[in-house]
Design a protein around this ligand. Structure first.
Ligand SMILES: Cc1cc2nc3c(=O)[nH]c(=O)nc-3n(C[C@H](O)[C@H](O)[C@H](O)COP(=O)(O)OP(=O)(O)OC[C@H]3O[C@@H](n4cnc5c(N)ncnc54)[C@H](O)[C@@H]3O)c2cc1C
Length: 290
């Protein structure tokens, strides 16, 4: 009778080990910039971290690909600001010099969609519109950026360039351009969806710093300690092609977070950090969390 009990005991030990292997201090979901910074910071602080990424690569909306002997950025291109910027600091700490690609907006020309150069009056109106978009409203009244800039710019044109105020087609084109400009900055579908009070702070320094030939992907290699063939981080395990399908939050203080991937693998942790984009959250929040 001893042998079966030994087997049961061994099986329990094996089960415990398996549970232990699949248990982490923290699980990070998504390995874009936010997830990679979180996973790297925690692993460097000695935490046992599991990072689960849906795609077959890290980076998310940063995606540098080899192109014509250099690098093409399919996602983010510039590091904005030097002030208290963790990205700028990470590059500098590794003796990587980011190259300025700053543009003097006063030298940028405005071109109509038929290819002809717009005159200086139109350029002044476009410059004013971009300034309004960048600075936003300081008022307390909730209003969309689209509504705010349309009103302010219409007033500006009426006072400063009354001859253009009657040219409805040109004014509409300028406003359409500003709507698209806002959408590229805020990832919105329309500037009517964007709050006029700009909710972020612009860091000091150069706003157009490029990783140039190294590519923005280098930031991820530095954070994950894989730059120049580095060995990675001891206490960080990264699993690619592992879309998370379920995050079960604990109901009691002594319970763990249970995270499941599409392959059915289950992992537990004391905490989970979810860094999927707002778009993914909008689409999946009802099924992703329980
Ligand atoms: C074309 C373009 C140009 C840009 N240019 C600039 C620029 O010049 N400068 C700048 O500062 N910013 C720029 N941005 C914005 C910048 O790229 C993003 O703000 C930033 O990369 C977002 O990082 P994130 O970690 O928040 O999200 P993401 O990069 O979206 O990362 C989220 C990650 O979660 C993963 N994920 C989603 N669902 C799951 C799931 N169920 N399970 C597991 N993983 C999941 C995704 O695959 C992704 O890797 C640009 C963006 C684009 C698209």
């Amino acid at each position: 009778m001893i042998v079966p009990w030994v087997l049961v005991a061994l099986a329990l030990v094996a089960l415990n080990c398996a549970e232990e292997t699949n248990h982490y201090d923290v699980i990070v979901v998504g390995m874009g910039a936010a997830g990679t910074m979180a996973a790297s910071t925690l692993a460097r602080a000695g935490k046992k971290v599991l990072a689960l990424e849906a795609m077959e690569r890290v980076g998310g909306r940063v995606h540098s690909v080899d192109f014509a002997g250099g690098v093409a950025e399919l996602g983010a291109e510039w590091t904005q600001g030097q002030g208290p910027s963790l990205i700028y600091k990470t590059a500098r700490d590794h003796n990587i010099t980011l190259q300025s690609q700053a543009k003097d907006l006063s030298e940028v020309e405005v071109v109509r969609s038929d290819g002809t150069l717009a005159d200086l009056v139109i350029k002044d109106i476009v410059d004013k519109g971009m300034e309004l978009c960048d600075e936003g409203s300081e008022g307390n009244k909730p209003v969309s950026l689209g509504e705010y800039v349309t009103n302010e710019l219409t007033e500006y044109i009426r006072k400063k360039h009354p001859e253009i105020a009657e040219d409805k087609e040109t004014v509409a084109r300028v406003l359409e351009y500003l709507d698209q400009y806002t959408d590229t900055v805020d990832a919105s579908d329309s500037w009517m969806d964007v709050d006029a009070t700009v909710p972020y702070e612009i860091l000091d320094g150069d706003q157009h710093l490029s990783w140039h030939k190294l590519g923005y992907k280098t930031l991820f290699e530095l954070l994950l300690n894989t730059y120049n063939g580095g060995p990675g981080l001891d206490s960080l395990e990264v699993k690619l092609s592992s879309p998370v399908t379920s995050v079960k939050w604990p109901q009691q203080p002594d319970e763990k977070v249970v995270v499941t991937t599409s392959g059915g693998q289950e992992y537990t942790a004391d905490a989970a950090i979810i860094t999927v984009s707002l778009g993914v959250l909008k689409e999946k929040h009802t099924t992703l969390f329980s």
